[in-house]
Every structure is written in C-alpha cells, then in structure tokens.
Design a protein around this ligand. Structure first.
Ligand code: F6R
Length: 261
C-alpha cells in the first residue's frame, strides 16, 4: 500500500531546518547506498550541504541530478550552478565525477539535451529523493508560474522577479541570463520523495500559497500537495504566513515513534 502524505515541518532556525533535511538525506543514503538524489542549487541548500559534508557519508555509489542550469554559462562561470555545486558540495564528498549530472548550459541542441537528461534519469532508476528550494514566486526548479504541471526537462524563460532575486550571484540584473534549462514539474513529481526546504521571511508568502492555497500553476510548488511523499521543511520565518502552523507543529511533535526521523 502506498502511503500518501504531505508533511509540514517547522523548525526554529535555518540551521535546525537544514540539519533536519540533512538527516533525511543521510537516512536515505544509509538505507540505499546507491540512491539517486535530485539536488537544487542557490542560497537555500548551503547550510544543508555543509551539514551533509560534516556527516561524512558514503557517496561512492550515489548518483545526482541537479534541477537546473543557466543557458549560456560555462561550468567554470562563477555564477553557474556547476561551479556552485562543485564548490559547495561535490568537492567535499566522495562522489564519483561521472555520477554527477547537471544540465549543460552550453549545449548546442537544447531539445535533444533535455530528452537525454530525462532518459538518464529514467535509466538511473528514477530519483529517490528530490531536494527543492522555492522561489519568491513559487517556482520549483526554474518552473516559473504558469509552467505546465506536466512539464518535462526543457528551456524556460526566467521572470523579471527571479532575475532580480538572483542578481546577487551575478553582480547586476542585466548579467543574469534570460534562459535556463530546468527539469519539468512532471519530472520533479516522478521523484519517489520530495523535500522542499524554505528559509527566511521572503519565502513566507510563496510557502503559504504552496501549502494552503489551491493547486495551481500560478504557484508551481503547490503541485507538491499531490505528491505521494512530500516533506516541506521550514524555519519559523518561512512558516510565518501559514494559518495552520500550530497544527503542523502539533502533528510533528506527536508523531508515532515509527514515523520519527
Ligand atoms: C535552484 C532552483 C531554484 C531555487 C530557488 C530559490 O537550483 O531550482 O528553484 O531553489 O530559486 O533560490 P534560493 O535558494 O537562492 O533562494
């Protein structure tokens, strides 16, 4: 029987939320040493990656697929997600280079690259756990509002808000690429488990709409309400606009032992 659940976990600080997320990943890697992990880049997973590195886990059989990359950026570009992932995670763990997959921002043929990425995910046995951040507009991966909820890996155009939000990595808004390659929402929904981490007040509105609003492509993260095993891990600031926060805390504190982390 499949257990279907969306779980909202509210923790006091970014560190506590990131540590909890890291424990979920650690448990997966211990239970399944050859797990396939979907990863996000950006500010949100930084503490999570730090915690994972400290845990000294065995990554030698793990395969990873990142959600997205900017079109036109070489892997060496300081703001590329390639560079970000190697600097903040992969260099510090014993993962094998050939087991790391990140969309190629320099590919000459985007549609066939995207098809291949989907095939690689399928051939790896599918993603066991997909780590997600959330944009202030509700995007997951770079699936901006009104993305098809059935979408697969493809080219997307960033919204003005996302380009403004990510200007901090590039020095100015003009330098932020307009296009990205991103896993689709359908691709993300195929993962056996999703773990969305959100930290900070600037995410509170998008989180509240995703968790307590209707399922709508206007807030792509809201699709997780339909996912069989979705965990939404929040710090207090990101949870600050949830109307049922007390209930989520109560549920988490009263989990039966067999469900505990
Ligand atoms: C990054 C990604 C994006 C980010 C989101 C939040 O790989 O897929 O969805 O998770 O834009 O970004 P940060 O964490 O920088 O606030």
């Amino acid at each position: 029987m499949t257990r279907t659940a969306v779980e909202i976990i509210i923790l006091p600080t970014p560190k506590a939320a990131s540590t909890t997320a890291a424990r979920m990943i650690a448990r997966l890697l211990r239970d399944k040493p050859d797990a396939v992990l979907g990863l996000a880049a950006g500010s949100t997973p930084l503490l999570l990656f730090r915690e994972l590195v400290k845990m000294n886990l065995n990554w030698s059989k793990v395969t990873t697929f990142n959600l997205d990359e900017y079109v036109g950026l070489s892997p060496k570009h300081p703001a590329s997600y390639h560079r970000f992932m190697w600097e903040n995670l992969f260099t510090h763990i014993n993962i094998r280079h050939h087991n790391v997959h990140i969309p190629d921002g320099l590919t000459k043929d985007i549609p066939s690259f995207c098809r291949r990425y989907e095939t690689q995910i399928r051939r790896s046995g599918s993603i066991d756990l997909q780590v997600l951040g959330i944009g202030a507009d509700g995007h997951i991966g770079f699936n901006e509002p009104t993305s098809s909820l059935a979408s697969r890996t493809r080219l997307k155009t960033l919204t003005a808000q996302t380009r403004r939000d990510n200007a901090r990595f590039f020095g100015s808004e003009e330098k932020v690429p307009r296009h990205v390659i991103t896993m689709g929402i359908g691709t993300i929904m195929d993962a056996r488990q999703c773990l969305l981490l959100a930290l900070g007040k600037h995410k509170a509105r998008a989180v509240a709409q995703a968790v307590e609003g209707p399922v709508t492509s206007m807030n792509p993260a809201s699709v997780l309400q339909m996912h069989p095993v979705a965990k939404i891990v929040l710090d207090e600031a990101a949870a600050s606009r949830l109307t049922r926060a007390d209930y989520y805390r109560w549920v988490f504190q009263n989990k039966p032992d067999w469900q505990k982390l």
